[in-house]
Structure formats: C-alpha cells, structure tokens
Design a protein around this ligand. Structure first.
Ligand code: UDX
Length: 432
C-alpha cells in the first residue's frame, strides 16, 4: 500500500517515518517547497531526538520521499493521512483552512477508491465536512472512506510515542476502511479502539484537556503547599501511587505550554459555547495556567529583593525539554515580565533559539551555560533539560554573583543545592 502524508510538520514527518519503519511506501506532501527540499536532503526543519537518523535511513532505503506536487502524489496513493495544522483562529476555534485545501486537492486528483484518515486535531463533525469538501471537488464521482485517527504523540518523545502508543483510536463507519487501518498498524502492539468518527474526535480533545487539568490541579495545589510547608512533589508522588490517579502529568511547575494544550482547550471551550454547554472546569484550568508563572515570580522577586538591575539567567526556554519549540512556552511570559521589571537577562537553551527581533542589550542568548551564569544574581529554570540536571553545580557556583536558584520545574536536587550554598526555591517545594 502507498501512503500519502499531507503536511510535513511535526506529526506528519513522525507519522510518515513510523509507517516507513513499519515497511510501507510513504510520500510526504507539503506545498512549502523549502520544507520538502530540506527533508529530501535528510534535514529536519525542527529538532526531535531520533528522527534525523530515521529520516536518512528511509531516504536511503527508498521507503520515504517528499514532494510539493499534489497531482501524482494523490493519484498514486491508497491511503492518505491528513497531518496539516489546525491553528486557533481569533475566536479560539480551530481554523480548518489547511484541512479544506488538502481535501480539495484530494477530490480534484483522485481517480480510484482511497481511505482518507485525519490525524490533525479537529473539531467535532470535521469528518463529515471533509467528506463534503472532497465530494464537491470531484469532477467524476469516485468512492472513498474517511477515518478519524487522532495522534497522541508528544514532542521530545515523538518517535517512541508513535511506535508504542497506549491505544490506536479509529473513528470510522466503513468495515473495509477499518480493515485497511488494522493492516496498516498490524505490527504495532497496542489496543485498537474502533468507534464513531465524532467520538474519536472528542477522545483527542478530552484527553488533552484532561492532562492539562491534572497539571493545573497540582499547580494550584502547589500554591497551598507553599503556605503550609508541604512539598508538592511528595504529595504528587503519594497521590500517583493510587492507580486510579496514576503518576503521570502531576509534576508541578510554571505551567504547561506547547502547540496542543492551550490551543485544544480553547477550541473545546469554543465548541462547548457553540453547542450550548458549559465547561467551567476548563476555564479554571486556563486561569490557573495563566497565573502560575506570575504567582511564583512574585514570590521569587521577594526572595531576591527586586528584579530591577539584577542579572538573571534563564535556563531552558522551550515549552518542554528535547524540543526547540517555543510555542506558548511559559519562559516567554517570564522573560517579558523580567524585561518590564528592569532585569538584565541571559538565556541559555540546548536547542531553542529566541527570535532575533526579541534580542537586545537587556536580553541576550548565549551558547554556553557558563556564559549565562557569569556574574548573575539568580537562575530561573524554565524547562528541565538533562543538561541542567547533570550540570556540575559545585563548579558553576563560583561564576555567580549571588546564588539564588528558582527551579520552575522542581528538577534539581534542592537539598543538595542548599548544602552547596545556593538559595534554592522550587514550586510548592518545602525542603526537609
Ligand atoms: C501533548 C500531549 O501529551 C500529546 O498526547 C498530544 O498529542 C500533543 O500535546 P506535548 O505538548 O508535545 O504533547 O507535550 P507534553 O509532554 O504533553 O507537555 C505539555 C506541557 O505540559 C509542557 O509544557 C510540559 O512542561 C507540561 N507538563 C507536563 C507539566 O507542567 N507537568 C507535567 O506533569 C507534565
């Protein structure tokens, strides 16, 4: 079977490479020629561990190729995966223009039966719209089936997540298309959950919103723990041992970011309004997330005295480690606040780069951790890269002017840092 992946962003490239790895012939299609040329030369347009090697391997094996020409690509495929972006529009709704453009090219160029699967996160009912858009673009009627097959991979561990998913969700009403999907995924050992298209679409939103809710819950709890001298990390560990709660997504920090949680929760709230339902919990989830970093900045400013004229090292700016993605990263809000407070900032990140137009004399990005710490008064750790966990904090201390460490992800060993002479503060973290 020939698989066509439409959209060669994060989800598209990972999905394509995973199918190539499973032995299928894959074509990646994207109107952006710069992207397809760079991918054809074995260069990813984003940072993700493990993907570069796999890309080069499968370019060589001939199992994957990239193009910007839709006609042949659509014609030669048996199965098409839509992996195009669904950004938020001004109202918070998911903007479906890329899904619509993709479905129109499918309709225009298809000449025989195809299974068309949506991986992009799309509002409830998109499956149905997609069928209409394809049919309207066809000049002669050709049969097809549409499947909703949401993707749950995380940035930073995309390859592992795509090869070992907790479940494969298939929203589809055609037995033939369900069989095609089963064949496609047969080498992956994961439960296969077949349901209605709308349900599959809802499962994706509901899962992301639930994970964000867990995070906002522990983040808000951390504020209480801060006042009652209890360590939120211990509380979360104890809670997570209950298998009904589970240990994951209970790490308190400066808040969630990224390309999915903020966008998907907004889209859910928009949908709820549209259908006359209330999702008041999610409104609170957003509120806690938006106030979490400022709550801790206030506490940290008190510890330091003031941010004015202080030199602050920001460690890790990506929204999470092992990615260079800055979308909705809490570090950006923190940097903006510190600039307004008159601090001088040096930023370090193993992969992510601040956009050049943000940089100034007051805000520099440096390549070495040592350069960021030189003469600084305080460190604010915004994403938990291994690089910082493994750093030689005994040696680094000598570089600093004052030794305040504000650990926005609770990942450094606070007791050890205190023994070394740092003034260590985390998130809702009372040390023994
Ligand atoms: C998320 C979903 O996990 C994934 O299933 C979906 O396909 C896309 O959205 P991603 O955004 O890549 O994945 O990263 P994730 O690991 O979920 O982290 C999201 C944010 O939550 C990050 O900012 C992270 O730092 C934060 N987070 C995560 C916490 O603050 N605490 C936690 O315990 C876990």
């Amino acid at each position: 079977m020939n698989i066509l992946i439409m959209g060669t962003g994060y989800v598209g490239v990972t999905t394509g490479l995973v199918f190539a790895e499973l032995g299928w012939n894959v074509t990646g299609l994207d109107p952006d020629q710069k992207k397809t040329q760079s991918l054809s030369q074995g260069e990813l347009t984003f940072y993700e561990p493990g993907l570069n090697t796999l890309l080069r391997e499968h370019l060589q094996s001939g199992r994957i190729r990239f193009t910007s020409e839709p006609e042949m690509a659509v014609r030669d495929s048996n199965i098409i995966f839509l992996c195009v972006g669904t950004p938020s529009d001004r109202d918070g709704n998911a903007d479906l223009q890329f899904i619509r453009q993709a479905s129109e090219s499918i309709g225009r160029y298809m000449q025989e039966y195809k299974v068309i699967a949506i991986k992009s996160t799309v509002p409830i009912g998109t499956n149905h719209k997609l069928s209409q858009w394809i049919t309207n673009a066809q000049t002669v009627p050709v049969p097809f089936d549409v499947v909703s097959n949401p993707e749950f991979l995380r940035e930073g561990s995309a390859l592992h997540d795509a090869l070992h998913p907790d479940r494969i969700i298939i929203g589809c009403e055609s037995d033939h298309a369900i069989d095609v999907m089963k064949t496609l995924y047969e080498k992956i050992q994961s439960p296969f959950f077949v349901t209605k298209p709308k349900t599959a679409e809802m499962i994706k939103y509901a899962s992301n919103a639930f994970l964000a809710t867990k995070i906002s819950y522990v983040n808000e709890l951390s504020r209480l723990c801060e006042n009652i001298e209890v360590n939120i990390s211990d509380v979360a560990e104890g809670m997570g041992m209950d298998h009904r709660i589970g240990p994951h997504f209970l790490r308190a920090g400066i808040g969630y970011g990224g390309s999915c949680f903020p966008k998907d929760i907004n889209a859910m709230l928009y949908m709820a309004k549209q259908y006359g339902a209330e999702l008041s919990i999610l409104e609170k989830v957003i509120h806690v997330n938006q106030t979490q970093y400022s709550h801790y900045l206030k506490i940290w400013e008190q510890k330091l005295g003031t941010f004015r004229d202080k030199k602050i090292a920001i460690l890790g700016i990506s929204f999470k480690p092992d990615t260079d993605d800055l979308r909705e990263a809490p570090s950006i809000s923190i940097i903006e606040h510190l600039l307004e407070s008159g601090a001088a900032i040096r930023v370090h990140d193993p992969a992510a780069k601040l956009p050049p137009d943000l940089l100034s004399e007051q805000l520099l990005q440096v390549d070495l951790l040592e350069e960021a710490l030189e003469q600084c008064d305080a460190i604010i750790l915004c994403s938990e890269w291994e690089h910082y966990k493994k750093a030689d904090w005994t040696r680094l201390k000598a570089l600093m002017n004052q030794h305040f460490v504000f650990d926005g992800r609770n990942v450094l060993d606070g007791n050890q840092m205190t023994i070394l002479g740092y003034h260590y503060y985390g998130i809702g973290r009372h040390l023994h």
